[in-house]
Design a protein around this ligand. Structure first.
Ligand code: GAF
Length: 398
């Protein structure tokens, strides 16, 4: 299955909007999901990560309202939701729609004058797949809201960084998922054929790193295990709390203050083996991001292999966020000839990625599917991706 988006989504979405709301939308916008090449659970530890946008996008048709209400429906979920912006934190946040209405709330908290919106969503980022369907929804609504409400200050890369912060606030405070900022930054700032080097230690602009595997006869294969993952079920938040506890015990500003060479001296000071392993993952993972960027710049795929292997092992053994489905996907892909493979995203289910020679994509995919079937897992969804562009307007009002 290809990651390409059908061209007919904007006109279909416009027709659904017209049926639902009896008027034309102001336009159609879309925002991409992402994979992270390397650097997991580093963003909220002021570390580095290297995501890229994928050509699986969430699309929204939107028109402004005169009141302070969001009416929203999705082509993937039955039923329309109506959510009032006033008293949002005390009242009905709309379930999945909290990711959308939360953006309006966070824009208002950032000092912008907002009104309600009518919204129809077509989410083509697989839900619960660890490919950032939530951030794609937030970012699609955010760019649409900025356009239809005429909100100032969100132009250019700098404006988009501020908009990413708005979306993170929506996710943390309205949807209740304690995530870092990687996914929203990827969705709003990514560029086609490039990965995005993000540094969360202070206010650094992103660095765009050329990422064109095709010119090397290679493909990036996404392996969605369909083992469902959720960022608001407590496990992700638990890892974040453990990192906060480790920072407090060590008396450092953040785990970014530590380098791998410090670990032998610092790690024994921690009160538990669990915290020692969490710290070792975060500190070595940020170092691997720097090394992966150097490897990509030098077209050194052997180095990338070693870094992906080490990253996956660190997430499996030290940070303990992998699962049997992710391990099976990674190990089977590697055994079937993938140059490199690792789980991607928050973990506890979701997706893994593999760098595979073009001629082996079919073989690796078949091997992973067969391994899942042998083990009685749900059938995985496998598709190659290229680095896609950021959230954007797709269709002007007719
Ligand atoms: C999820 C979160 F949303 C990100 O902020 C990041 O922490 C990631 O998990 C792990 O790297 O996608």
């Amino acid at each position: 299955m290809s990651g390409a988006e059908p061209q007919h989504i904007p006109s279909e979405l416009t027709a659904v909007f017209r049926d639902a709301f009896g008027r034309e939308p102001s336009g159609v916008w879309s925002a991409p999901g992402r994979v992270n090449l390397i650097g997991e659970h580093t963003d909220y530890n002021r570390g580095l990560c290297l995501p890229m946008a994928i050509p699986r996008r969430t699309w929204v048709a939107v028109a402004p309202r005169r009141d302070r209400r969001m009416r929203i429906l999705s082509r993937q979920v039955p039923g329309e939701r109506t959510i009032e912006l006033d008293g949002l934190l005390e009242g009905n946040r709309g379930g999945w729609a909290a990711y959308a209405v939360g953006v309006l709330w966070a824009l208002e908290q950032a000092g912008r004058e907002v009104r309600g919106l009518d919204v129809v969503v077509d989410g083509r980022v697989p839900l619960g797949s660890g490919l950032s369907s939530s951030a794609a929804l937030e970012c699609a609504v955010a760019v649409a809201a900025v356009d239809v409400l005429g909100l100032p200050g969100y132009e250019g890369d700098e404006g988009r960084r501020d908009l990413a912060a708005v979306c993170v606030r929506a996710e943390n405070e309205v949807a209740g998922a304690p995530t870092g900022g990687m996914d929203q930054s990827a969705s709003l700032l990514a560029r086609a054929d490039e990965a995005l080097l993000l540094d969360f230690d202070g206010d650094h602009p992103p660095v765009h790193v050329p990422f064109d595997l095709a010119s090397h006869g290679l493909a990036l294969l996404v392996m969605n295990t369909r083992a469902e993952h959720s960022l608001d079920d407590g496990q992700y938040g638990n890892r974040r709390e453990e990192c906060v506890a480790a920072v407090a015990e060590l008396g450092v500003g953040s785990l970014r203050d530590l380098r791998p060479r410090d670990l032998d001296e610092v790690v024994p000071r921690l009160s538990s083996d669990v915290l020692r392993r969490r710290v070792r993952h975060v500190v070595t993972e940020t170092e691997r991001v720097t090394q992966a960027v150097a490897a990509l710049e030098a077209d050194d795929f052997d180095a990338l292999t070693a870094l992906f292997d080490a990253s996956h092992a660190s997430m499996r053994d030290d940070f303990e966020i992998s699962c049997v489905e992710l391990d099976t996907a990674v190990e089977t892909a590697r055994a079937a000839g993938a140059l490199a493979a690792r789980m991607t995203g928050g973990g506890f289910g979701g997706s893994a990625i593999a760098i595979v020679r073009d001629e082996l994509v079919g073989e690796v995919s078949r091997a992973v599917t067969a391994a899942f079937s042998r083990q009685g897992f749900r059938s995985p969804e496998l598709f190659p991706v290229t680095a896609d562009g950021p959230a954007r307007r797709e269709l002007q009002a007719p």
